[in-house]
Design a protein around this ligand. Structure first.
Ligand SMILES: Nc1nc2c([nH]c(=O)n2[C@@H]2O[C@H](COP(=O)(O)OP(=O)(O)OP(=O)(O)O)[C@@H](O)[C@H]2O)c(=O)[nH]1
Length: 135
C-alpha cells in the first residue's frame, strides 16, 4: 500500500493569441517556493476537476472561464516527499479578464519550447513535451 497521501491537483496551460503559456511563481514559504507553475490548485472533496480549476483561476488570477473551454491535455503522477501528486493539466485558450496574481504572485508568458529551461516543479517537467506537441 502506498504510504503517501494522494493530492489531486488541477492546473491550466492558458494559451494566449501568440501561442505563449502563462506561468505563476509559487510564493515564498510554500512547497517549491520560487518555481514557476501552471496556475491551479487542489480539487476539494466532491468537486469536479473542471469546477475546481474554474474556481482556482478565479481566485488566483481573477479570470473567468467555463468547462467547455478546458481541454484535458495530459497528467503527471509524481511522488513528493510528503504526498503523492496527481496533476491534471488542461489547455485553455478562452477566458474573460486579464490574469493578475491576486495573492501578489508574479506571472510570466513564455513560449512552450522555453519551458524546458525554466525552473518548474519536478512533477511538471515530463508534461512539457506533450504540451509542446499539442499547441
Ligand atoms: N498549481 C500547480 N501546482 C503544482 C504544479 N506542479 C506541482 O508540483 N504542483 C504542486 O501541487 C500542489 C498544489 O497545491 P496548492 O497550490 O493548492 O497548494 P499550496 O501548496 O499552494 O498550498 P495550500 O495547501 O496552502 O493551499 C503543490 O504542492 C504544488 O507544489 C503546477 O504546475 N501547478
Amino acid at each position: 500500500m502506498n504510504p503517501l497521501p494522494i493530492r489531486m491537483v488541477v492546473a491550466a496551460a492558458l494559451i494566449d493569441r501568440d501561442g505563449r503559456v502563462l506561468l505563476a511563481e509559487r510564493p515564498a514559504g510554500k512547497h517549491l517556493a520560487g518555481t514557476w507553475e501552471f496556475p491551479g490548485g487542489k480539487v476539494e472533496t466532491g468537486e469536479t476537476p473542471e469546477a475546481a480549476l474554474i474556481r482556482e483561476l478565479r481566485e488566483e488570477l481573477g479570470i473567468e472561464t467555463e468547462a467547455s473551454c478546458l481541454a484535458p491535455a495530459t497528467f503527471a503522477s509524481h511522488a513528493y516527499e510528503h504526498f503523492h501528486l496527481v496533476l491534471m493539466l488542461y489547455v485553455c485558450r478562452k477566458w474573460q479578464g486579464t490574469p493578475h496574481g491576486h495573492d501578489g504572485q508574479r506571472l510570466r508568458w513564455e513560449r512552450v519550447n522555453d519551458l524546458f529551461s525554466i525552473d518548474m516543479p519536478p512533477a511538471d517537467r515530463p508534461l512539457i513535451g506533450t504540451l509542446a506537441a499539442l499547441i
